[in-house]
Design a binder for this molecule. Structure first.
Ligand code: FES
Length: 146
C-alpha cells in the first residue's frame, strides 16, 4: 500500500471511529421512559430528570417520553426548575420522527433541525413543532395532550 492510500484509509477509519463513539455517547445519554396516561395528561415523575453518578446528583436537560397510544414520542426539555417544554417529535416538513441531540431535535430524513422551544433552526422544514402545555403537581410533570 502506498503512503497516500494508507493515510487516506487511516483518515476515514478515524472519522468512522469518532462518529460511532459520538453516536454511542449521544444514544446512551438520552433517557426514554414510558409515561402514565391519566385522562388527557401524560404524567412523569420529576425524578425522571435526575442522574446519580458516584453519589453525585445532576439533572438531565431532557427526556424522551413515550406511550403506546402516542404515534410519536414527546421530548421534554427542562429549561428551569419550574419550566419545562414538551415537543411533539414529528418533523413539520414531512412527518419523520425526530431524534434528540443535546439542545436540538434533528430530522434524519432531510436534515431539518429544531431548537428546544420548537422553532426551526435549519430547513427544509418551515413550521415550528407542536408544543404541549405542562404543569407541575405533587412532584409530577403533567403534559396536557389536548
Ligand atoms: S421530513 Fe424532516 S426534514 Fe423532511
Amino acid at each position: 500500500m502506498d503512503r497516500k492510500k494508507f493515510i487516506s484509509t487511516c483518515g476515514w477509519g478515524c472519522v468512522g471511529l469518532m462518529s460511532s463513539s459520538m453516536l454511542l455517547q449521544s444514544c446512551l445519554s438520552v433517557r426514554y421512559l414510558e409515561a402514565t396516561l391519566s385522562g388527557s395528561f401524560l404524567e412523569l415523575p420529576l425524578s425522571a430528570f435526575e442522574v446519580v453518578k458516584k453519589d453525585k446528583k445532576s439533572l438531565r436537560k431532557y427526556v424522551v417520553v413515550q406511550h403506546e397510544k402516542l404515534q410519536y414520542p414527546i421530548c421534554v426539555y427542562r429549561l428551569a426548575e419550574d419550566n419545562y417544554q414538551a415537543l411533539w417529535m414529528k418533523c413539520s416538513h414531512q412527518g419523520t420522527e425526530l431524534r434528540a441531540y443535546g439542545d436540538r431535535l434533528q430530522c434524519p430524513a432531510h436534515g431539518s433541525e429544531f431548537t428546544q422551544d420548537g422553532k426551526v433552526q435549519n430547513g427544509p422544514a418551515d413550521q415550528p413543532l407542536r408544543t404541549f402545555p405542562t404543569q407541575i403537581e405533587n412532584h409530577l410533570l403533567k403534559i396536557h395532550l389536548a
